[in-house]
Design a protein around this ligand. Structure first.
Ligand code: PLP
Length: 398
């Protein structure tokens, strides 16, 4: 039955992860995977999350099935996080939110909904993008194309090139946009660029699908959601995939949400029941544990304030590492544009290292980075930063 299946190539992240695990060196450093580690190199258990978990377990509630779309307090809290407290869209009843299996599950359910409704649409993702975007939309049956996004020259987003490409996309194409903390480059559009893009997408009749996997890691919870809010204010229909894996440090709990914004309450009700039917025939109901914890934290004022504080501490720690790396490397190699590491946002940076330099970084200095030059800045800390800087310095010197 299965002997004729062609071997799938191992994804570069998994390949390097396996090589890292097999490396016996005590000095080895993993800057490959997208996981935030704290100042001591540990995946944190957030204070508010621990308290919420304890409270929830103490209640001893039965683990019955959860509604297909998740509980109302969870969905309301997700919408408030996305659109902001008191936002008009919250009372307009045109946004449907469904709890999902992480951000990936939100993208997948959204892709399946769109594939049923618009099977011939093209999906445009940024070049480069999170590698699963292409795989996921291709699996859903779409043809996936790249829109220009990153400028290696500036280390920032190349908005004019992106805009020129999107202007020529056929009406009805789906455009996947990273709302903040672009993975893998760390290069985000400015707010003015978003203000220019949002009406352009409406004029061109494109379908925006925003991916917000790092809300709170860029400039703050509200500032990072600003692109989502601009779309909401514009009155357009759009989709948003939220992930709580990184912001709650709950990776394995798989907590996320898909929000679909329709033009009016009647269209919202239709698309919500359509999405629920797809979920029912896919995994039936979402999980309980992780979402219950996120719900408790987001709805309890004290826990929420503490979570926001701790998220802010994570953001500030990454920013401090960015500044130290950028300043030191820029001083040593002013021609390489390492200062962009400082302006890039979120957990990742495109350092501008070539594939050969990234290979030498691994082979000669045991610092594992992707061949594209992407590093996870969220894995750099005061104990390992000098090693990282010296290793990059050494490979750039050649
Ligand atoms: N979208 C982007 C851009 C990501 O980087 C990630 C995770 O790395 C996801 C979505 C998926 O998040 P989750 O782990 O919650 O499925």
């Amino acid at each position: 039955l299965f002997a004729g299946i062609q071997d799938a190539p191992l994804d570069p992240i998994m390949r390097l992860f396996e090589a890292f695990n097999a490396d016996p060196s005590p000095k080895k450093l993993n800057l490959v995977v997208g996981v935030y580690t704290d100042a001591d190199g540990k995946v944190p258990r957030l204070r508010a999350v621990q308290t919420a978990e304890k409270r929830w377990i103490e209640k001893g509630l039965p683990k019955t099935y959860r509604p297909i779309e998740g509980t109302k307090p969870f969905r309301d809290a997700v919408q408030e996080l996305l659109f902001g407290k008191g936002a008009p869209i919250l009372s307009q009843n045109r946004a449907a939110t469904l709890q999902s299996i992480g951000g990936t599950g939100a993208l997948k359910t959204g892709a399946d909904v769109l594939a049923k409704l618009f099977p011939n649409a093209t999906v445009a993702v940024s070049n480069p993008s999170w590698e699963n975007h292409k795989a996921l939309f291709t699996q859903a049956g779409f043809t996936v194309v790249d829109y220009p996004y990153f400028s290696a020259e500036t280390g920032g987003a190349d908005y004019p090139a992106m805009k020129a490409y999107l202007q020529d996309l056929p009406k009805g194409s789906i455009v996947v946009l990273h709302a903040c903390c672009h993975n893998p480059t760390g290069a985000d559009l400015s707010l003015d660029e978003w203000r220019d893009l949002v009406p352009l997408i409406a004029e061109r009749g494109l379908i925006p699908f925003l991916d917000i996997a790092y809300q709170g890691f860029g400039n703050g919870l509200d500032a990072d959601a600003e692109p989502v809010r601009l779309f909401a204010e514009s009155g357009q229909e759009f989709l948003v995939a939220s992930s709580f894996s990184k912001s709650f440090s709950l990776y394995g709990e798989r907590v996320g949400a898909l929000t679909i914004v329709a033009e009016n309450p009647a269209a919202k009700a239709k698309v919500e029941s359509f999405a629920k039917r797809l979920v029912r025939a896919s995994y039936s109901n979402p999980h309980t544990h992780g979402a219950a914890i996120v719900e408790i934290v987001l709805t309890d004022p004290e826990l929420r304030a503490d979570w926001e504080r701790e998220l802010g501490e994570m953001r500030d720690r990454i920013r401090a590492m960015r500044e130290r790396m950028a300043d030191s490397l820029q001083q040593r190699h002013p021609e390489r544009g390492f200062d962009a590491i400082k302006t890039q946002k979120g957990m990742f940076s495109y350092t501008g290292l070539s594939p050969a330099e990234a290979t030498r970084l691994r082979e000669e200095h045991e610092v594992y980075a992707l061949e594209t030059g992407r590093i996870c800045v969220a894995a750099v800390n005061t104990h390992n930063i000098d090693h990282v800087i010296d290793a990059i310095d050494a490979v750039v010197k050649g």
